[in-house]
Design a protein around this ligand. Structure first.
Ligand code: HEM
Length: 441
C-alpha cells in the first residue's frame, strides 16, 4: 500500500530511487504479469525498434483510454493499426501542414490580445484553450464553433477521468461515472453528426482553410486504402481517430508550451537569445510557415523544454511473445515501462542535466548522444504521427506570444510536477505578463 501511495504522489522520486538501487532496468512482480522498468537508450531501442513488433499496446495503462478512444491509432496493434497508419500518415506530411499554420498564429494572437501589461495570466488554462482551438480548427475548419464548446467540455472531463484511480468496481454507478458516460455520449453525438454532414455534403460551410486545403475530417472521409482493399474508413473508424487526435494532440502541446514559458522565466539568458532571434527573423511581423526553419533557436528552446519536462514521460508496452530487452529474457505477457523522463535527466547523456541549455540541441552535440536518449515523441513505427504538426505549432505559438510578452512567475507561486497521463504542472502556472516594446502590427 505504501508503494501505491508513494507512486501516486511521487512517482518520479520512487522510480529514481529504484534506478539508483538496481541500475538501468528492474523488475516488479505485478500480479500475473511482471513489469520491467527501464531508462536505458539501448533498452528503449530494443523495445520500440529492434523487437518493436513483439511489444504491443495491450498494456494495462491503455485499458481506460481504450474505452474512450475505441480503435484509434494510439491504442491499436497489428493489421488494424497498420492499415490506419498507412491511410492517415499522408495527412500529417509537412507539406499538408502549411495550411494550418496561419490559423495557429491567428489563434495565438487572439490569446495575446487578452493579455495585459502587468496583468496576471493563468498560463496552463490559456494554453489548454489555445491548443484545443488549434486542434479543433485543424480537424473541422470553421464549422463547429458551438460544437467545439461541447467537445471541449467533454474532453476535459475525460482527460481528468484517465488520471483518477478506479477505487470502486466499474459497474457501480457514481455521479462522476455518469458525467464521464455523458461526456462520451455528447462527443459521439457531435462527431457522428459532423461526419454525416460531410458524407452527404450537407455541411454548409467550407471544409478547409483559407488556402482551400482540406481539414483532417475531410481527409479521413476521402481517404482510400490504395495499397490494401481500396476501401475507405467507416464512421466508427473516423470517430475513433478524431477523438484520438483530440486526446493525443492538445494536452501534450499545451503542457510543452506551459513548461517552456516557465523555463524561459527562470533563464533570462536563453530568453534574451530567443528574443534576439525573433527580432532578427520576424522584426515586427507575425510568423508564417516559411519562418519555421529560420526560428532554429526557438525550436531548440522547445526541444530542451521537452527534455526537462517531456509531456509523455513514460512509454508503456506489453510483450506479445517471448523476447528480450538487452540481456534480459522477457516472457510473453510481461509489461514494460520505459521511463523517458529518467533518460532525459541522465547525466551520462546530458551533463549537468537539471540546467536549461537549448544549445544541447545544436547538431554536433545531438549526434554525440545515443540516438534513443531523446524521445519526447517516442520512436520506431509508433512514433507520434503529430510530431511535425506539434513542433511547428509549438514554435509558431511561442514565437507569436513571445514577440509581444515576457512572462514572469507570479510571486509565491509554487511549481512542481504531477504525473498524470501527461506531465502536468501540479499547481497550474500563474504568471505575470510584461509587454515587450515593438508591439507586432
Ligand atoms: C508536444 C506534443 C506531443 C507530444 C509530446 C506527443 C507525444 C507522443 C508520443 C510519445 C507518442 C508515442 C506513444 C507510444 O509509443 O506509446 C505519441 C503518439 C501519437 N500521437 Fe503524439 N504527441 C504530441 C502531439 C500530437 C498531436 C498534435 C497529435 C495529433 C493531432 C498527436 C497524435 C498522436 C497519435 C495519433 C499517436 C499514436 C501514433 C501511432 O501509434 O501510430 N500527437 N505522441
Amino acid at each position: 500500500m505504501r508503494y501505491y501511495h508513494r507512486f501516486a504522489n511521487d512517482a518520479i522520486g520512487l522510480v529514481r530511487d529504484r534506478f539508483e538501487s538496481y541500475g538501468d532496468i528492474y523488475y516488479v512482480a505485478n500480479g500475473s504479469s511482471g513489469l520491467y522498468v527501464s531508462n536505458h537508450p539501448d533498452h528503449i531501442r530494443d523495445v520500440l525498434v529492434t523487437h518493436g513488433s513483439t511489444f504491443g499496446k495491450a498494456h494495462s495503462a491503455f485499458a481506460k483510454l481504450a474505452r474512450v478512444l475505441g480503435q484509434g491509432l494510439l491504442n491499436t496493434d497489428g493489421a488494424t493499426w497498420k492499415r490506419h497508419r498507412r491511410m492517415i500518415q499522408p495527412a500529417f506530411h509537412k507539406s499538408r501542414l502549411r495550411g494550418y499554420t496561419s490559423m495557429m498564429v491567428i489563434e495565438a494572437e487572439r490569446t495575446a490580445q487578452r493579455w495585459r501589461d502587468g496583468g496576471s495570466v493563468d498560463l496552463g488554462a490559456d494554453m489548454t484553450e489555445l491548443t484545443l482551438r488549434v486542434v479543433s480548427r485543424s480537424l473541422f475548419s470553421h464549422e463547429v464553433a458551438n460544437e467545439v464548446d461541447a467537445i471541449t467540455g467533454a474532453v476535459s472531463v475525460l482527460q481528468d477521468s484517465f488520471s483518477r484511480p478506479a477505487l470502486l468496481p466499474r459497474w457501480l454507478p457514481t455521479p462522476y461515472r455518469r458525467r464521464v458516460r455523458g461526456a462520451i455520449a455528447s462527443i459521439d453525438e457531435v462527431m457522428y453528426r459532423l461526419i454525416a454532414a460531410r458524407r452527404t455534403g450537407s455541411s454548409n460551410v467550407a471544409s478547409g482553410d483559407e488556402q482551400g486545403d482540406p481539414d483532417l475530417l475531410q481527409m479521413l472521409v476521402d481517404v482510400r486504402d490504395e495499397e490494401g482493399d481500396g476501401a475507405g474508413l467507416t464512421d466508427r473508424e473516423i470517430r475513433d481517430q478524431l477523438v484520438t487526435f483530440y486526446m493525443a494532440g492538445h494536452e501534450t502541446t499545451s503542457h510543452a508550451l506551459t513548461w517552456t514559458f516557465f523555463l524561459l522565466s527562470q533563464n533570462p539568458d536563453a530568453e534574451a537569445k530567443m528574443h534576439a532571434e525573433l527580432t532578427r527573423v520576424l522584426g515586427h511581423r507575425l510568423p508564417t510557415f516559411e519562418d519555421f526553419d529560420d526560428l532554429a533557436y526557438t525550436e531548440r528552446v522547445i526541444k530542451e523544454s521537452m527534455r526537462l519536462y517531456p509531456p509523455v514521460y513514460v512509454i508503456a508496452r506489453k510483450a506479445t511473445a517471448d523476447t528480450c530487452i538487452g540481456d534480459y529474457q522477457v516472457a510473453a505477457g510481461s509489461e514494460v515501462a520505459l521511463w523517458i523522463y529518467m533518460t532525459h535527466h541522465d547525466p551520462r547523456w546530458y551533463p549537468d542535466p537539471e540546467t536549461f541549455q537549448p544549445d544541447r540541441f545544436v547538431e554536433d552535440k545531438t549526434s554525440a548522444r545515443p540516438r534513443f536518449a531523446y524521445l519526447p515523441f517516442g520512436a520506431g513505427a509508433r512514433t507520434c504521427i503529430g510530431k511535425t504538426f506539434a513542433t511547428i505549432e509549438a514554435v509558431l505559438i511561442l514565437a507569436t506570444l513571445a514577440q509581444r510578452f515576457r512572462l514572469s512567475l507570479a510571486p509565491g507561486h509554487r511549481v512542481a510536477v504531477k504525473t498524470r497521463v501527461t506531465l502536468t504542472p501540479r499547481y497550474g502556472m500563474k504568471m505575470i505578463a510584461h509587454a515587450r516594446s515593438g508591439i507586432v502590427t
